[in-house]
Design a protein around this ligand. Structure first.
Ligand code: PMP
Length: 355
């Protein structure tokens, strides 16, 4: 007995965890600073953590009303209908639902390279094939009609990431519109705004109201600090929003996730602290790292260090875990997440020593 042919599939490479690295190096996990997975340095929203505790005693029931409440609350937030909100197990889960809803076997998708690996993984799970458009350092990692459309060949979905992981670059609304205008009516543009809260640019959600071929991805993993809870969602056009009922895994977001999400949406103080901290850390990296850094609108900064893997290994031995971007096809770089003040200062000290 064998699974189907998975030779085109690749495993997701997550940033290394504190426990894992501490065990390898024989260090105390408490002494490590983890800046490799773009998590929230300030922890979860305290209101969300309270909600998780409060609802722990109610997890024997399926999450029906909490999911409805969350969809309504998010619909209010984005001025769309609740049907247009597709909650999922993280943004990753929402990517799966979009692929499930769109792809017929053999359809292809167009993904950024370098870019977030899960777009292609998700498409392959859904029997799609994956083509790439280059996001080049020489073009400041731009995703625009000039860099995307020459590589377009009738794909069913094009993924844009704004802010882009791992570079931090952004895509303008007018460029998103021009890309959507330059593709077939049946090509969906998915704009991944997982890091949207850290950007000062307008969200793409306005376009979702105006046209039926643009969808937006958002997550609670970053600004709300709920990466471990797994809660994200897509915002999709009204015209085909009802497809969710036919593609979602029943109870797509858990009771705990929905309650945590609802509470986090009321926790303005936590989001403000997080976003301010990120803006500070980004500047601190730009101003103090002894290497070229790229302008970033996310909670991380891409740094040109020469040999990313050697620098990441050396920094790790000093207790600072950063992301070697070789797996993104950028072996000369590392990506450093914005930490608290103390973590960010320590990261700069260690990185400057090892660069
Ligand atoms: N999009 C991008 C660009 C990301 O970097 C990530 C997570 N690292 C996600 C989506 C998905 O995050 P999650 O599934 O935790 O919501």
């Amino acid at each position: 007995m064998e699974p189907r042919d998975l030779s085109a599939h690749v495993a997701y490479e997550a940033g290394r965890g504190v426990e894992e690295v501490a065990r390898d190096l024989g260090l105390d996990p408490e002494s490590l600073v983890k800046l490799s997975s773009n998590e929230n340095a300030y922890g979860p929203s305290p209101k969300a953590a309270d909600a998780i505790r409060e609802y722990a005693s109610r997890v024997h029931t399926y999450p029906k009303s909490s999911a409805a409440d969350l969809r309504e609350r998010l619909a209010d937030r984005w001025a769309v209908t609740p049907e247009q909100i597709w909650p999922a197990n993280g943004g990753d889960g929402a990517l799966d639902y979009l692929a499930r809803a769109m792809l017929d076997p053999g359809d292809s998708v167009l993904v950024p390279n370098p870019g977030f690996a899960y777009y292609g993984m998700s498409a392959r799970y859904h029997h799609g094939t994956v083509n790439e458009y280059p996001v080049r350092r020489e073009n400041d990692f731009a995703q625009n009609p000039d860099t995307v459309l020459p590589h377009y060949n009738g794909e069913r979905i094009i993924y844009l990431t704004s802010p882009h992981n791992p570079s931090g670059s952004e895509v303008s609304l007018s460029d998103i519109e021009a890309i959507a205008d330059g593709t077939d009516d049946e090509t969906l543009i998915v704009v991944d705004e997982a890091y949207g809260e850290f950007s000062q640019s307008p969200t793409t959600t306005a376009l979702v109201e105006e046209r039926d071929d643009v969808a937006v991805l958002r997550t609670f993993s970053k600004a709300y600090g709920l990466a471990g809870v797994r809660l994200g969602y897509a915002i999709v056009p009204d015209e085909w929003a009802d497809a969710y009922a036919r593609v979602n895994t029943p109870f797509a977001a858990s009771e705990i996730a929905c309650r945590a999400g609802l509470a986090a949406l009321e926790d303005d103080d936590h989001v403000e602290q997080t976003v301010e901290g990120v803006h500070w850390a980004r500047e601190y990296y730009h101003d103090n790292l002894d290497c070229r850094t790229y302008e970033s609108a996310g909670n991380f900064v891409l740094c040109h260090v020469g040999d990313g893997s050697a620098v990441a290994d050396a920094a790790q031995r000093e207790g600072v875990i950063v992301r070697d971007t070789s797996s993104f096809g950028l072996p000369e770089c590392i990506r450093v997440t914005c930490g608290t003040r103390e973590e960010t200062e320590r990261a700069v000290e260690v990185l400057n020593d090892v660069i």
